[in-house]
Design a protein around this ligand. Sequence first.
Ligand code: CAA
Length: 380
Amino acid sequence: MDNDEEAMILEAVRDLVREKVAPRAAEIDATGEFPWDIQKLFAQNDLLGVPFPAEYGGLGGTFQTYVKVVEEVAKACASSALIIAVQELGALPILIGGSDEQKRRFIPKLASGEWVAAYALTEAGSGSDAAGSMRMRARRDGDDYILDGTKIWITQGSIADIVTVFAVTDPEKGANGISAFVVEKGTPGFAVGKLEKKMGIRGSPTVELVFTDCRVPAANMIGPEGDGFKIAMKVLDKSRPGIAAQALGIATGALEYATDYLKGRVAFGKPLSQQQGLQFMLADMKTEVEAARLLLYEAARKCDEGAADITTWSAIAKLKCGDVAMSVTVDAVQLLGGFGYSTEYPVERMMRDAKITQIYEGTQQIQRIVIARSMVGRGK
Ligand code: CAA
């Protein structure tokens, strides 16, 4: 995809966001319901297909284009942006570790948006310690594997047509005893549990998934037995920039809103935007947002190139963009004063939505561990 094609896609995304997504954002947050209208809008306009290869029905966009699409949507609605990012997250295990047959079976329907995807790694006792504390089991039985265990915090788990699930196949082997599976909706023994009530991204369903004697064909195992954790980590290398893009979009949206507000509100005889103390805040926010943007675009460029250090750069981008989203949205609320605290204005929603970007797809502390390990090794 060249620069002209990217510019065309981004212009179309901006139009869709202005006309259809932005007007829905407050309502999506207030009702906490998954916005199927927005999912269908994205599907019809091929936005879900941007990061998928053309040979499997996608647009074959670059990673750089993909993160900019997520960013544009997140400027107005973080829950809607997550629809695009999690479609990619759920598909990545298949794209990274799957066979050609699996790619042909699953990817076209994800690229078109006919199916929704989810990614199930986290468990009650294993969030940050994804490998060491995993309890979910998968045991071979003839041509099948039988899955038992519970996953939590699974974004889109309740609406997904396929979920990529990680389970221990050999408890003696630690991280190298974990395998990945595609579980299809309707598989007996696969049930949706508790729906979380959340501070932000309220339009995105986050659920528990329960697997009880859940029989999955061995043909649905992604890669060889024992490769699951490495696949999970390679996925996060490519999905963390998507969350960084969501965070950057939230920060940008809040900054733009606060800037316009300050220009329009008069106090002490002049617009607030002409108060030097507030200008200093705006300048700091802008500087942080642009620094975060450069880091994210560099991480995305490295993903496109298949650079050797994408693990580090994805973590750097997610760390910076998540922290900037939080600090900028807190300041945007401050700049709007009492109005910033009101649900009639979007910045309090943006502040609530920003928080999760410091937590999911690896907490900011995990990103620091990943970055530091690339500098000084693991110490063992
Ligand atoms: N690429 C390839 N292989 C990798 C890898 C990577 N990026 N990272 C680790 N590995 C390999 C290691 O080389 C090692 O292989 P060997 O045994 O052959 O040497 C193996 O995987 C185990 O690695 P570590 O020993 O480094 O593993 P660890 O237990 O110390 O954990 C960790 C590493 C970085 C802390 C990891 O557990 C981690 O990222 N935790 C956070 C989990 C996370 O981000 N969860 C997010 C859930 S998804 C989500 O949030 C989505 C959503 O809701 C939208």
